[in-house]
Design a protein around this ligand. Structure first.
Ligand SMILES: Nc1ncnc2c1ncn2[C@@H]1O[C@H](COP(=O)(O)OP(=O)(O)OP(=O)(O)O)[C@@H](O)[C@H]1O
Length: 303
């Protein structure tokens, strides 16, 4: 089941193409990352998804249909430009926001209390928003997006302005959302968060789709496809020479990096090695999402 589907969507502003022929889908119950450098079009894509702006070309379906106003209540949105009711008290404001989205007051009250406790903000519940630190306001903004228990949660840069502890707490809540069956769309510059949180990602550059798929697939595809092996005994090295399909070997002090020939699977090489020598540890060398991001965006600049 797909919660969001974009089919060949394009959008331009003042005759400048901002989103170009973008297709992707977000599966129900996954955390989906929208990644890309500044100005790539991530926020524009989110605004299209939420029907704040309309595409010039293409089709967008949310919950399997065009987004109706009733369906909008099933969505929680943390916008990039933040805004809270600064004079309202925390608990009061969260209850009010949940009621606006159709949640009964009693349930809204229970939800708000439990969410405030989960981010250790409960003791501040009767403070006005403006009396809180910037980081706390950020967290409250996050809670405002999920207070009405939405099925689809859209978070535009949820970690900006958060210290490492608050980041960890918000990350844990995002994982809980997924574990309870919600769908999350997350736009972020922070690749290490995308790598640990997201099931699948779409990477945009200048409005175009440059990467799309599961984080694991993308990392494997961009890997050098090498295997780092440490043998129990140095003689283990001799085992490598008995195996075919190896293009290059680089010896380090304690380990060797083995580069297979084109089309040879590192897993097969590993099986062959295990038959011939005792292996202390091995590691398939994979690039981080951050390295892939930089490489992909830089190679597009040089094109
Ligand atoms: N309403 C608008 N009118 C004209 N241009 C716009 C409008 N909205 C966005 N743009 C342009 O579209 C491009 C993409 O902007 P967008 O905010 O979607 O990028 P982003 O990937 O979210 O960037 P960032 O990471 O910096 O927030 C930018 O060049 C921006 O100037």
């Amino acid at each position: 089941m797909h919660t969001v589907e974009f089919e060949s969507v394009s959008k331009s502003f003042a005759e400048k193409d901002i989103i170009e022929d973008i297709s992707f889908s977000v599966r129900s119950g996954e955390i989906f990352g929208l990644l890309g450098p500044n100005g790539a079009g991530k926020t524009t894509l989110i605004r299209l998804l939420l029907d704040i702006i309309r595409p010039d070309v293409g089709e967008i379906r949310v919950f399997g249909d065009f987004l109706s106003s009733a369906a909008k209540d099933r969505i929680g949105y943390l916008p990039e430009e933040r805004g809270l009711y600064r004079k309202m008290k925390l608990l009061e404001m969260l209850v009010y926001l949940a009621q606006l989205k159709g949640m009964p007051k009693k349930q809204a009250q229970l939800n708000a209390e439990s969410l405030l406790k989960s981010l250790e903000l409960y003791e501040h519940r009767n403070k006005k928003v403006e009396e809180l630190s910037k980081g706390m306001q950020q967290q409250i903004q996050f809670l405002s997006a999920i207070i009405h228990n939405p099925e689809l949660v859209i978070l535009d840069e949820p970690f900006s302005g958060l210290d490492p502890l608050s980041t960890k707490a918000v990350k844990a809540r995002i994982l809980e959302l997924r574990n309870s069956g919600k769908t999350v769309v997350l736009s972020t510059h922070m690749m290490e968060h995308a790598q640990t949180l997201c099931n699948r990602i779409l990477m945009l550059n200048k409005g175009k789709r440059v990467l799309y798929g599961t984080v694991d697939e993308i990392r494997r595809e961009h890997g050098k496809n090498s295997l780092i092996v440490e043998f129990v005994e140095k003689e283990g090295l001799n085992a490598i020479r008995e195996i075919s399909g190896i293009r290059k070997i680089t010896e380090y002090e304690k380990s060797v990096e083995i580069f297979p020939e084109e089309g040879v699977n590192t897993q097969i090489l590993l099986k062959e090695l295990i038959h011939r020598a005792e292996i202390l540890c091995f590691e398939q060398s994979l690039p981080s999402l951050n390295e892939i991001f930089i490489e992909t965006v830089e190679s597009a600049v040089n094109e």
